[in-house]
Design a protein. Structure first.
Length: 247
């Protein structure tokens, strides 16, 4: 059977530096948002990207990653999310306007230390880059075949599947696109591997073909499939392997 473990991916001839700083707090939601954005920007100015929360010794830290082969520095925006509004409204009113200014939606929903009322979205801008981003929200299809078809139809338009969301009591799917290039994405899936060795064998075989791992994903029928994608005419991190939810 599968056991818990960490999978490492190499997709470029570079090296990386990691840090695990402790996250800042705040007296209230707005104070925390202000402090967190300033804290992210201090790391972004050093070339680090936020990689998600990481528990060490009972304390929450943030995993920070720097590409040592890149001169990029980053600006961050932390936006409070109205959890009562639809994801479509968030995309229209916040994600797409910021995307047009070069801010990538790195984290659609992140819980701060004050519960649901402090759900935030984290946007990141490469200050040396020229990418501009667009987002779309589509209803989740009822059948497995229709879901795979939707993901590939969007991929043919340059929109990469990002993450499923529950919005208004129903699941919707969020897609993302780098508007500065004409990329396409083809997605395909295999039966989920039941052993770590089988998973690594499959993933490495597909990687040798130039495909990237999306991860194990639950289809509408409840079946779990291992998804991969093949980018074309694509440069930048949207082409690369990352965790299922974009970190």
């Amino acid at each position: 059977s599968k056991s818990d473990g960490t999978v490492y991916v190499k997709d470029a001839q570079t090296t990386y530096t990691y840090e695990l700083p402790q996250e800042p707090g705040g007296a209230d939601v707005q104070a925390w948002v202000t402090a967190y954005e300033a804290w992210l920007n201090s790391h972004g100015a050093r070339g680090f990207v936020w990689g998600g929360p990481y528990m060490v010794g009972g304390q929450i830290h943030a995993l920070m990653r720097k590409d040592n082969g890149s001169s990029s520095t980053f600006s961050y925006k932390v936006v409070v999310v109205d959890t009562n509004a639809s994801l479509s409204a968030f995309v229209q009113n916040q994600a797409n306007p910021l995307g047009a200014d070069g801010y990538y939606l790195a984290v659609p929903a992140y819980l701060g230390p004050f519960g649901v009322s402090s759900t935030v979205a984290i946007f990141r801008k490469d200050l040396q880059g020229s990418a501009r981003y667009g987002y779309e929200v589509l209803s989740n299809p009822a059948s497995d075949g229709d879901l795979v078809a939707q993901i590939n139809t969007e991929g043919a338009r340059g929109y990469r599947f990002k993450v499923p969301f529950v919005s208004g009591g129903a699941q919707v799917n969020l897609y993302e696109k780098d508007l500065s290039q004409s990329s396409t994405f083809r997605f395909y899936d295999f039966a989920s591997q039941q052993t770590s060795a089988g998973f690594l064998t499959q993933a490495n075989a597909e990687g040798q073909k130039g495909s990237s791992l999306m991860g194990a994903y639950g289809l509408p029928s409840g079946a779990i499939r291992d998804f991969y994608f093949e980018p074309a005419s694509c440069t930048g991190f949207l082409c690369d392997t990352r965790s299922l939810f974009g970190l």
